[in-house]
Design a protein around this ligand. Sequence first.
Ligand code: HEM
Length: 365
Amino acid sequence: MAGSPAAAVVAAALLLLLSLSACASSSAAISSSSSYPPLAPGLSLDFYKKSCPKAESIVRDFLQSAVSQNVGLAAALIRLHFHDCFVQGCDASILLDKTPAQQSEQEAVPNQTLRPAAFKAINDIRDRLDRACGARVVSCADILTLAARDSVALAGGPAYKVPLGRRDGLAPASQDAVFAALPPPSSNVTTLLSFLSKINLDAADLVALSGGHTVGIAHCGSFDDRLFPTQDPTLNQWFAGRLRLTCPVQGADNTTVNDIRTPNTFDNKYYVDLLNRQGLFTSDQDLFTDGRTKPLVTKFAVDQDAFFEQFIYSYVKMGQINVLTGASQGQIRANCSARNAGRSDDELPWSVVENVVDAAESLVL
Ligand code: HEM
């Protein structure tokens, strides 16, 4: 067979296999399709089975109607969940309004474009859950997780189970902590990976989670550094022209869609955009430039099921970052926008509880 055409074909196939496996080992590896991230201690898939059995259907019914009236709400909730989890963990601290004593996370620049409608939706769901199951049963952090999960499915993405049992944080993160945790859209892959590594997320998580940009909008200020003063050479020329119509000067207050192909549908077209150099942010487009992430971008562009599988894995993983669980951590807020007024049993340090019990016992004759 040596020297024959058949031998040449076998040799070429072997070479291709070898180069593919070398490529796979040096770049982002997809998580096993059957895998689901390990559950964080204290979380479970049926956490409210007894205390609020209708919790998931209440969230779902509310959003089904709300998203049908405002499709942008789905994108807004998906982003809100991300901005909560990356900063100080998924503790609903992003929902806390400012007080005379404390700045809120919402005031930090990266959070100023979060949509008020998303915050309102969480409080509306909170009211419905309180009426069905009593006050302070379902945490705001879990409501946000469920709302983001349902938003993905309602926009056309995959439906999946999420672990529940998070408790709500007692205080917002500082402005510095917000900046340290949320990468700017001008980041390249090296910068993005260094942000993500701090919270145990890897290159596959980065590529899949960035797929959240398959829905929603962005303001000119988030990407016009790619147009002015000089145009980013990686931008597709036609696409750049279109962006210039939306943002004629630097600092314009207009918005455009994140995914030009199917802006309101949760699908894999975001990756097709990247292949065509039509990614909106540097942080998007560099995923197709950098050799560590390019193979996965290419895979997701041609295989939506592969994207959905990795997205579920990575988004559930993201939803478990530094969660507060168990009676001793955090609290269940009565109002998602404010820490519970006064002190309540679920946040009292044990030493204080013991002192109160001791004092009460001394009163018994
Ligand atoms: C990897 C780093 C990321 C960067 C640098 C980034 C940056 C941004 C920026 C700058 C905007 C537009 C803000 C504006 O101008 O209004 C945006 C929007 C959005 N992002 Fe990201 N993002 C990242 C990751 C994620 C992740 C992990 C998700 C969720 C899985 C996500 C989901 C969204 C959504 C849905 C929108 C649209 C929100 C709306 O329409 O209200 N992003 N992102």
